[in-house]
Design a protein around this ligand. Structure first.
Ligand code: 5AD
Ligand code: SF4
Length: 484
């Protein structure tokens, strides 16, 4: 980002075009931060707390990128001058967590007259949440949603100007606008998430995401490739392509372009060594994609393939558009075509009407696929989704029993898969110093398994050969193989 915000003319009226308008407000906020320093003798601090998925993590990086340019010092302490919760609403407990922590923030605010509290993310797209905030959480200073996150600098400036005059609420119901080219934090110098599309059109009957993230819209392949080339020039060796349903990538572009084609283009970028992506939907995972993955030297050997349920009856009620048999056929084809692929999944237990026999079907799929890992969730009713109005005759106790039964099988299968590569030498992207012992570095195999090995910190950010000496549950201990 080569913009000199200090030299920008901010005496004029704000531009109407994006992202120029936001650059203008970043410069305005920057001027405010300078004045804050003069007044208080210190630099303002900010803390962004992220709940939920990788998309939210990426959004938070965008917020932090802007805050850093404005001149905030970032901190993980919530005793800051600005605290932003980037919320998730996929399950109700995520909402409850936010309400619980807001009370604590209010106490902190009473002690710091400069403190501002902001809320954003998926939870803010729910009308009932906004009503509750309006009536019971009036100490919150500003609220924005997922569709207008690019307006963050403008909303923050409004909040600063508005000081003490009530909550600023700016929520859009939907948008087809994509605004990029804004500053973004880079948590790691060597790996980075890249949004390839936003929203979801699938409407799985339990899921709130299509209502809070809106309709699918894809970025152009040219823009994505340009962004990745820039990242690689800045030292990135691994990218994670992000979308709620990456197989639908490109369907709504003027010139349709498939996800498999996009991967082929990204693969060509020189200097890029690893490509990951999140999340494909089993219903439209094409043979083309399997072919591209199979022959790729860069696409990582890990596929997250959400199952959600193994019973065809429940899958139909979930509106997933595949049967148990179709899913199994796909997973087994993947195992056959790409034998070193790690497959992970998401499973929901307790969907309305799901019986013990239905869960047996799920367990059957888990055993047949042999997942490397599976995230299991208890169904959470989300207001406004079709499943919310479905009766559930199954008791909570039965659901819990089913959940525990499934979890046991998931753990057993994952244990069997772990350790498959003990004794082999494999490439590891060294990511950070080991948290327990700084003589060790922690990295990841292409299949996403963690490896701890003794090495100098200088290896961080590079891909090195490591002999996997011992498997300890879900990670390996290894020895760096000298490269002569
Ligand atoms: N209840 C429980 N889990 C859910 N997920 C999505 N919606 C719900 C819900 N209402 C899970 C799905 C999805 C993951 C991100 O969250 O398994 O893949
Ligand atoms: Fe939700 Fe289904 Fe879209 Fe995933 S594909 S975000 S589960 S609606």
């Amino acid at each position: 980002m080569n913009i000199d915000f200090d030299k920008m003319d901010i005496t004029r009226t704000p531009p109407t075009e994006e992202p120029d308008r936001q650059y203008y407000f970043i410069a305005k906020c920057k001027q405010w931060a300078e004045a804050f320093k003069q007044e208080t003798g210190r630099i303002p601090t900010a803390c962004v707390v992220t709940f939920g998925c990788q998309m939210n993590a990426k959004d938070s990086e965008k917020l932090v990128g802007i805050l850093e340019i404005i001149g905030y010092t970032m901190t993980s302490e919530e005793q800051a001058d600005l605290v932003i919760y980037n919320t998730c609403t996929v399950r109700d407990n995520a909402n409850q967590k936010v309400y619980g922590r807001l009370g604590y923030l209010n106490n902190l605010k009473k002690k710091n007259p400069y403190m501002k509290i902001g809320l954003c993310g998926c939870m803010m797209q729910e009308e009932s949440v906004i009503e509750k905030l309006r009536t019971s959480y009036r100490f919150v200073d500003f609220v924005f949603g997922t569709h207008n996150i690019f307006k963050f600098a403008e909303i923050l400036y409004q909040t600063i100007e508005n000081a003490g005059n009530g909550m600023i609420i700016d929520i859009w119901k939907d948008t087809d606008q994509i605004v990029e080219e804004l500053p973004s934090e880079r948590k790691y110098s060597f790996k980075c998430g890249v949004n390839i599309m936003y929203g979801c059109n699938n409407f799985c009957s339990y899921c709130i995401v299509p209502y809070v993230r809106g309709r699918e819209r894809s970025r152009s392949p040219k823009e994505i490739v340009r962004e990745i080339e820039q990242l690689v020039a800045d030292g990135v060796v691994e990218v994670m392509l992000l979308g709620q349903n990456v197989n639908s990538y490109g369907k709504n572009l003027e010139e349709p372009f498939t996800f498999a084609q996009l991967l082929t283009e990204v693969e060509k970028i020189e200097g890029l060594e690893r490509i990951r992506f999140m999340t494909p939907h089993p219903k439209d995972l094409s043979d083309d994609l399997i072919e591209v993955m199979k022959h790729s030297k860069k696409i990582c050997r890990h596929l997250h393939l959400p199952l959600q349920a193994g019973s065809t009856r429940i899958l139909k009620a979930m509106n997933r558009h595949y049967t148990k048999e179709q899913y199994l056929e796909l997973a087994l084809k993947l195992r056959r075509e790409i034998p070193d692929l790690a497959i992970t999944t998401d499973i929901i237990v307790g969907f309305p009407g799901e019986t013990k026999e239905d869960v047996d079907e799920t367990i059957d799929v888990v055993k047949k696929v042999g997942y490397d890992n599976a995230f299991t969730f208890i169904y959470s009713k989300r207001t406004g989704t079709p499943a919310a109005s479905m009766e559930n005759p199954v008791s909570d106790a039965e659901i819990k029993q089913n959940f525990d039964r499934l979890l046991r099988v998931v753990q057993e299968t994952a244990k069997q898969r772990a350790g498959l590569y003990a004794g082999e030498t494999m490439e590891v992207l060294a990511e950070h110093l080991n948290e327990q012992d700084a003589d060790y570095v922690t990295g990841r195999l292409s299949n996403n398994t963690l490896v701890h090995f003794k090495a100098e910190p200088s290896v961080i950010g590079t891909i090195v050969p490591v002999k996997l000496t011992e498997c300890k549950g879900f990670y390996y201990m290894g020895e760096l193989v000298s490269q002569v």
